[in-house]
Design a protein around this ligand. Structure first.
Ligand code: CMC
Length: 363
């Protein structure tokens, strides 16, 4: 039995490839790190959905299509407004995406449906976030691209180019990542010939947990608790000795530093400049890897994407509550690409389980 399906190949895919030993991530034949530095969000999303780079006209069409879905329908605003105030943002996005699942989402899944969900999720996040802060709704800005408009709708102010660039790098690096838990959820749901909105709803519920998309706020909590380089070693040793997991470390696939963490480390240093919190993060990254190697030899535990996601988010003034939702706003591209691929070559997911209970006496 493979607990947690470790090492099991559950599908063939042409969308992305991970070499966990070398620390390589490939999107449709291209180095994802290069894509993150050279492409816009729209270009990278096009590549993942259509399997090739867009020409100017295709890029403009995609940008327009994403813009056309930024406005929240009134019924969706009403639904969001009736949700309990203490429902976390991931719960709100999950409910809103589920509520979007009208007849236009019927099987089979399409790229148009993927674009619709990708276009609207940032607006859902911004609308709810501002509402909770008693701030007025900010309508989308037609002049701005996908990432800049997200920041604009959150703050109501024109975002700084450095902030747009850092967020765009983060969002491109987190667009897609093979058969991670939430993508698997989306694939399982669509494999029943359900629909794209249901598949993405499943994925959002899976993304929420701290062992997957919910880790970055755990990273800020950890660094805020540690407070200073002098306190770091004692703090980390205690956690590991208590059997607790250090958020932002370890990965099912990467057995070396996550390449996304490396790219985000550079980006965080670029945006933050001289910054005490980032200095502490750099110190803790090295120290934690050393201590994990001491306590957990052979497990190869290094910083993962979430560790420096927290640093980038902090550098661009995004608060903790927005970390996992923002991850969701990018990963919806990967989920939907997998949903379409799964539907094109579908076999229902139906593994077996090993029964360990009692058996009756059969007559
Ligand atoms: N801190 C301390 N020990 C750890 C950690 C960690 N972060 N991660 C794994 N280990 C230990 C674990 O206790 C186990 O030890 P032992 O062999 O003594 O029982 C060993 O390493 C192997 O752990 P595992 O649970 O079998 O590894 P996995 O591949 O199932 O888990 C993981 C992968 C990401 C769930 C895990 O590393 C973890 O919980 N990390 C912390 C949460 C986190 O940062 N999540 C974000 C993941 S990256 C983004 C994403 O994919 O969503």
């Amino acid at each position: 039995m493979n607990q947690g399906l470790k090492g099991i190949v559950a599908a063939q895919t042409a969308i992305s490839y991970i070499d966990g030993n070398k620390g390589h991530l490939v999107y449709r034949g291209f180095d994802a790190k290069k894509i993150a530095l050279e492409f816009s969000f729209e270009e990278a999303a096009y590549l993942l959905w259509y399997g090739q780079k867009p020409n100017q006209a295709q890029l403009a069409d995609l940008a327009d299509a994403l813009k056309s879905h930024r406005t929240l329908p009134g019924y969706l605003m009403d639904i969001i407004d009736t949700l309990p105030q203490d429902m976390d943002l991931m719960g709100v996005i999950r409910t809103a995406v589920s509520a979007l699942g009208d007849a236009s989402f019927e099987w089979m899944p399409t790229t148009e449906q993927a674009i619709k969900l990708t276009g609207i999720i940032p607006s859902i996040i911004a609308y709810r976030k501002r509402k909770l802060a008693n701030k007025p709704y900010v309508a989308p800005n037609e002049e701005l691209n996908h990432v800049a408009n997200y920041l604009y709708m959150l703050t109501g102010e024109m975002p700084l180019p450095a902030h747009i660039s850092a967020l765009e790098t983060y969002m491109i690096l987190t667009l897609e990542h093979g058969m991670n838990a939430s993508t698997f959820s989306a694939r399982v749901t669509i494999s029943t010939e359900s629909d794209m909105a249901s598949a993405v709803t499943s994925a959002i519920g899976t993304m929420k947990g701290p062992l997957h998309g919910g880790a970055p706020s755990g990273v800020t909590q950890m660094l805020n608790d540690i407070k200073s380089e002098e306190r770091a070693e004692k703090w980390l040793r205690e956690k590991i000795e208590n059997g607790e997991r250090l958020m932002g470390f370890g990965h099912r696939v990467y057995k070396t530093t996550d390449p996304r963490a490396e790219a985000l480390r550079e980006k965080a240093m670029e945006v933050s400049g001289q910054d005490k919190w980032l200095d502490l993060a750099l110190h803790v990254e090295k120290l934690a890897a050393k201590l994990l190697a001491e306590y957990k030899p052979g497990r190869n535990l290094y910083a993962n994407v979430e560790f420096y996601a927290a640093a980038v988010m902090r550098a661009i003034d995004m608060d903790d509550a927005l970390f996992t939702p923002t991850f969701t706003a990018s990963r919806v591209v990967g989920w939907s690409a997998h949903v379409i691929e799964q539907a094109e070559h579908n076999t229902i997911f139906r593994p077996n389980s090993e029964y360990i209970g009692h058996l009756p006496e059969f007559e």
